[in-house]
Design a protein around this ligand. Structure first.
Ligand code: ADE
Ligand code: ZN
Length: 335
């Protein structure tokens, strides 16, 4: 098996996937019809043709519009189930799903509908596909910290259905320090904490995520390459970075995948992982991200195995589940 074939076959964890970003145009149209929601695009093709992004904000505007078709628990279930089938095909054996409740509660959708629909799909994926999973509630950073506190309060009755919190949406102008108090409260509650940082924002936002929010992983984090001290710190602590190569390409964070810093980070000893971010919008699920990155950066079989190992090292799974995942990985890596 060459490195690309190995990348396809190897068992892996996906740790950076916004479940609303897995909503394919076909499903958007199907749900719009089912729920009587009007869309501003006449067809699936017209919607897909609008997926030409120049930066993060140009994507987010379309992403939030797409999510407006989600109303009932069944809609959230169907969206997540479609993702799990794609994950299974790409040999993803564990996944931690981000969801954006404020995008839905602001439209009058009850928190219960969002969480019940998603967690039902997670249970079905475990039972029928053997994929373990967990939910991570993301606060939208373009909204206020007060709004994040209200969202946390509304989600607490469903506490057993999510393992942690994250921070996403428009990065520039919304530094992690804006959410220091709500993250402190989340840590007190025993929630895992992660945050998007260093996607479009500077290394300073990554330092804030580490020092002020005390995150256990950073989502994206490619800005670390601009700061040698931060690179050294991340190599030392192995604080994981959930990198998303096709997302970085589609949102013009890099101009060419051959310029992506993932291999540099891997060689420097950082715990980097490969993830899809918003696969329906960025042109590929996990294996597409692996295949194109392996080809562009000429990654070796050893690099591929290290990336898969990192994904389990970085996962919020039990030691027992981690050992089982690593054993599955070794079995494929040795072929
Ligand atoms: N929400 C969904 N995808 C995102 C991304 N790549 N960055 C920030 N917020 C997001
Ligand atoms: Zn993301």
């Amino acid at each position: 098996m060459n490195a690309i074939e190995l990348a396809r076959a190897i068992p892996k964890a996906e740790l950076h996937i916004h479940i609303e970003g897995s909503l394919e145009p076909e499903l958007i149209f199907q749900l719009a019809q089912r729920n009587g929601v009007a869309l501003s695009y006449p067809s699936v093709e017209a919607l897909r043709a609008a997926y030409a992004f120049t930066d993060l904000q140009s994507f987010l505007d379309i992403y939030y519009a797409g999510a407006s078709v989600l109303l009932q628990p069944q809609d959230f279930h169907d969206m997540a189930w479609a993702y799990f089938l794609r994950a299974k095909a790409d040999n993803v054996i564990h996944t931690e799903l981000f969801f954006d409740p404020q995008t839905h509660t602001a439209r009058g959708v009850p928190m219960a509908s969002v969480i019940d629909g998603l967690s039902g799909a997670c249970q079905k994926a475990e039972a029928e596909l053997g994929i373990s999973s967990a939910l991570i509630l993301c606060f939208l950073r373009h909204l206020s910290e007060e709004d994040a506190f209200a969202t946390l309060q509304a989600a607490l009755p469903y506490r057993e259905h999510f393992i942690g919190v994250g921070l996403d949406s428009s990065e520039l102008g919304h530094p992690p320090e804006k959410f220091e108090r709500v993250f402190a409260r989340c840590r007190e509650l025993g929630l895992k904490v992660v945050a998007h940082a260093g996607e479009e924002g500077p290394p300073e936002y990554m330092w804030q995520a580490i020092d002020l929010l005390k995150v256990q992983r950073i989502d994206h984090g490619v800005a670390a390459l601009q700061d040698p001290l931060l690179m050294a710190e991340l190599a030392h602590t192995r604080l994981p970075l959930t990198v998303c190569p096709l997302s970085n390409l589609k949102l013009c964070v890099v101009n060419d995948l051959r310029d992506h810093g993932l291999k540099t980070m891997l060689d420097a000893g950082l715990c980097v992982t490969i993830n899809s971010d918003d696969p329906a919008y960025f042109g590929g699920y996990m294996n597409a991200n692996f295949e194109q990155t392996v080809a562009a950066l000429q990654l070796s079989r050893e690099d591929v195995v290290q990336l898969a190992k990192n994904s389990f090292e970085a996962s919020f799974i039990s030691d027992q589940r981690r050992a089982a995942c690593m054993a599955q990985l070794r079995a494929v890596a040795s072929t």
